[in-house]
Design a protein around this ligand. Structure first.
Ligand code: GRG
Length: 258
C-alpha cells in the first residue's frame, strides 16, 4: 500500500478537493481526510488497472507496478485495503455524521457501477473497436466521463459549499475530467515512456479507443482548448482571487507533460 501511494503522482484529486474547500469556505476538518481518501481510492484504481487481467502494465509513476514487485495477490489485497482504509479515514473526520454520510455516498457512487467500474468495463470491452464503428465518440466519452471524470468530480464536490456552489463546481469538474483524459490520450501518442513514467503508446497498441484515434490529433488538441475554456466559464461568479488555484490547476491539466 505504501509502495503504491508513495511512488509519486501528481496528487491532482486531493489538490482539487482542497482548492474547492478553500474556494467555498468548506470544512478543513473534512477536506483533509477526504483529500487523503481520494488519493487512496485513485491509487487503488491504478493498482487494479495495471494488473495482468486488465491493462497488464509494467510501469506506473516511473516505477515497476505493484504486482511486478510484490506479486498479484499482494497487489489485489493492497488495492482492497486502500479502498477500505479510504472510507475508514473518512468516518473518523471531526464533522457531523450527515456530512460524512454525504461524502461517503458521493465517493461510493464515483467508484462503482456509475463511475470507475463502469468506465473500466466499457474501456476493456471496447478494445479492438474499428475506427468506422458507429457511436465511437459517445462510447469514448462514456469511458472517460466514468473512468476518469467521476473521481475528479467527486474530489471537487466533497470540498463543501452550498447547493448552488456544488452545482457550479460539479460542472467545472466534469470539464476538467474530460480535459484530463483527452490530454492523457494525446500524451500517449506524443510522449516517450521515459517522459510519462509508464508505457507510452500502449493504449494505441492495445486497440483501445482514444481521442486521437477517433478525432485525429489536431481535432483532439482543439477539443482540449474548448474544454479548458468551458471549465473556466463554470468558475465565473466565484471570488476572482480565491478561484485562482483552480484556474492554475486547469491550466496545469491542459498543458501537462506527464
Ligand atoms: C476495483 C472497485 C474497483 C474499481 C477499480 C480498475 C478500475 C476499477 C478503474 C480504472 C480507473 C483508472 C485507472 C482510470 C485512469 C485514470 C487516469 C487518467 C489515471 C492517471 O491519473 P494521473 O495522471 O496519475 O493523475 P498520477 O500517477 O499522477 O496520480
Amino acid at each position: 500500500m505504501r509502495y503504491a501511494i508513495l511512488a509519486g503522482g501528481k496528487r491532482v484529486r486531493p489538490i482539487l478537493c482542497l482548492a474547492v474547500c478553500e474556494l467555498v469556505g468548506g470544512e478543513e476538518r473534512l477536506a483533509i481526510p477526504a483529500a487523503c481518501s481520494v488519493e487512496m481510492i485513485h491509487t487503488m484504481s491504478l493498482i487494479k488497472d495495471d494488473l495482468p487481467c486488465m491493462d497488464n502494465d509494467d510501469l506506473r509513476r516511473g516505477k515497476p507496478t505493484t504486482h511486478k514487485v510484490f506479486g498479484e495477490n499482494v497487489a489485489i489485497h493492497s488495492g482492497y485495503a486502500l479502498l477500505t482504509l479510504a472510507f475508514e479515514r473518512l468516518t473518523e473526520a471531526d464533522v457531523s455524521s450527515e456530512r460524512i454520510v454525504r461524502t461517503v455516498k458521493e465517493l461510493a457512487k464515483a467508484i462503482g457501477t456509475k463511475g470507475l467500474v463502469a468506465g473500466q468495463a466499457m474501456d476493456l470491452s471496447s478494445e479492438g473497436s474499428g475506427q468506422n464503428d458507429v457511436g465511437l465518440l459517445e462510447k469514448l466519452e462514456f469511458i472517460h466521463v466514468h473512468k476518469t471524470g467521476s473521481l475528479l468530480e467527486a474530489s471537487a464536490v466533497i470540498g463543501g459549499g452550498s447547493e448552488e456552489e456544488i452545482e457550479k463546481v460539479r460542472n467545472f469538474a466534469r470539464c476538467i475530467g474530460l480535459l484530463f483524459q483527452v490530454v492523457d490520450d494525446i500524451l500517449d501518442v506524443t510522449k516517450s515512456s521515459a517522459e510519462l513514467g509508464k508505457t507510452a503508446g500502449k493504449d494505441q497498441i492495445a486497440g483501445k479507443l482514444t481521442y486521437p484515434k477517433v478525432l485525429g490529433l489536431e481535432k483532439s488538441k482543439e477539443f482540449v482548448v474548448r474544454l479548458k475554456n468551458d471549465a473556466k466559464e463554470h468558475l465565473k461568479g466565484f471570488d476572482s482571487e480565491k478561484v485562482k488555484p483552480l484556474i492554475v490547476l486547469t491550466n496545469f491539466i491542459a498543458n501537462r507533460n506527464n
